[in-house]
Design a protein around this ligand. Sequence first.
Ligand code: WT7
Length: 648
Amino acid sequence: MKWVQPDPKRENWYWPTEALKERAWISDPHIYETAGADPVHFWAQRAEELVWFQKWKETHVDEPYAYKWFVGGKINISYNSLDRHVEAGQGDKVALIWEPEPTQEPNRILTYRELLAEVSRLANALKRLGIKKGDRVGIYLPMIPEAVIAMQACVRIGAVHTVVFSAFSAESLRDRLLDSGARLLITADGYYRRGKVIDLKLQADQALAGTKVEKVIVVRRTGHPIPMNPNRDLWYPELVQGEKDFCPAEPMDGEDLAFILYTSGTTGKPKGVMHATGGYAVQVYATAKWDFNLHEDDVHFCTADVGWITGHSYLNYGPLMNGVATVVYEGSPDYPDFGRMWQIIEKHKVTVYYTAPTAIRMHVKWGDEWPKKYDLSSLRVLGTVGEPINEEAWLWYFKLIGGERCPIIDTWWQTETGATCVQALPGIGPFIPTVAGRPFPGIKAKIVDAGGQPVKLGEGGYLVLEPPFPPALTRGLYGDPEKFKATYFGEFGPKLYFTKDGARMDEMGNIRITGRVDDVMNVAGHRLATAEVEDALAQHPLVSEVAVVSRPDDIKGEVPVAFVLLKAGAQPSEELKKELIKTVDKHIGPTARPAEIFFTEDVPKTRSGKIMRRVLKALVRGEPVGDITTLRNPEVVELLKQVVGYKD
Ligand code: WT7
């Protein structure tokens, strides 16, 4: 697509300052044309910036459902994150800054040399325990340096990590350990959250029955007493003590499996998204560098948990492959007060801050006085991810946090894409509230209708990616090749990857994401299927049927709302609602709690007996319910209007 010179005075379009342009890796918009003319060559150029033990034979193979990148090349992500910088004389540079939640506790700061030594010790210990290339390792850790160390140690020896968010329940952990066939788990005694100790080991213990996990490595974080199983559990410090502080990095093929990360699809069962080593490394490295304009002196603060893809790519691998300092914060943004994030930025002179719209909206609610107390002048670039950002939050972020000097890089991507795909670049712009931007150079995206045909400019449709697919795009779903084909290529065939997002595009090629078009919700930046919440609630013994839909929320973006049908004889009560919430906590975790539970006698159903969630969605949103003539029980709609307090 050609670069269209836009009207520079367009309202609400912001442009890079001269200072930004000067520092930017990329400030000439022609990059979009040159990269677009030969994307394969473009990505090969990006790949050249990393260290390969052996150069790839084929840059890209475009086979249906089996696209490949950097075939025959040998590379290691951990080598590129650590050794590369140490060998270049940067060993004494800060790699990781850990900020514990308790304010009286000191920071832990690791240089590249120290981090390499820590990672090596654990990698050697893993090998000693019999972990080999291709073996799956579960990681269930809070936001402590060991989370980064554990991930790096795995990719260093070619073991496949599957990180599980520490706020997920024991049951969620078990599902993921079972599905991935993990042989080992790395966890911790606990962590701090809003000043309280959370017992993580307890959760981990409950998850292990029936899994293939033979050994559990336990990091000592809180020091509170926990039960240790002498045949299975190993204390981390004792385990790594005496291990050599260097472990050679395993040469991995470009297409070798790097890691699995589970995410929500439209069913109750999470999908194991697989990422390939070479393509993931290259796109994560290049996007981290260009999106945030990373240079040696940057201090990068990504607020995402390591349990999400954002934590994988832009807290751990992206910043470290770029040789910058990455900040890891253990706790809650409101502890000990609402100024904590801004205090961290001031204290560590953070230059890049990457967070989610839901967090920004929370800060807006907490009030301007908090950021105003702190010196935020070190900031250069701001980022957002996870959901569409509303204009109010965007402008607040731009003015109060960025001092109207920092661009907001609104990055669109997914667990499946592994790295950012749509965003404005800091040296080029424009930065437009609610608009993510253009596809990254070398990435081809378009908006199509239900038939797969491009829609007219400005019209809404489905966002799809076109070949050559981005190097970091998932290579499949663990153990389920058919589901992979059906989920992403079922609608439009193998030549169009369906993102499941609605979008529209302007004349410059800027893309505005309008939200998911499947039954996936985005709750406070956490991806969640309505079916997962339904499955969890349905496990309560008094529930006979349940339907969950999403409702917009000022802070969280979206929240689940549940319609629950009880078994004969069961009585609705506030007590029962509380029990249902506990059921959700147990099966998924508190992030999935419904914002509201309605008890009802019936839900709208089609003649074939399928729940018509569209009608429920309209009801909780106060929108017109539309055509209900195909319902078997249209009378229920009137009833439900009273239940939810719907006004015609
Ligand atoms: C879904 C993917 C990618 C890391 C965090 C989420 C939504 C993501 C944006 C954005 C509008 C966005 C999409 C996408 N999303 N970024 N900048 N603007 N929507 O990863 O959990 O895999 O969720 O998040 O709906 O499909 P995820």
